[in-house]
Design a protein around this ligand. Sequence first.
Ligand code: MN
Length: 161
Amino acid sequence: MKFVIQKHRASTEHYDFRLRVGDALKSWAVPKGFSTDPREKRLAIATEDHPVDYLDFEGVIPEDEYGAGTVMVWDIGDYRNLKDDSIEDAIADGHLTVWLEGKKIQGGYSLIRTDFGRDQESWMLVKMDDEKADARRHPVSTEPDSATTGRDLEEIREQSQ
Ligand code: MN
């Protein structure tokens, strides 16, 4: 199944992590994006499901629509569920572990629901300590451009007008 990590410059810049599950994209907003260091925990806020055809969307969401701003496909690829439970059950239980095969992000990642959020669902995103873990890589800052078109956010915005 496919996953995408979209860089989204809306009111604040963040990364939207989406997993295809059945006929929907299960989604989390990750303010700081993905780390490859297993010691770093990244906040992930569960957001609404998106339609499957949004998976490779790159462009501008107009001012008057939900999520207004520029969207980049920062990374995309296949994932597989590393747990014995179905991915649906793992999400419902608040603990999933997936193996990602992206262009920038690879290896195991866990998402664990926490009780920190009040009116929103907070999760923690953590890199598994596997052969793809690397505390020296910082792909969010060193590989900022689109995984599909090589464009930066400004180029996507200009070319969408
Ligand atoms: Mn977003």
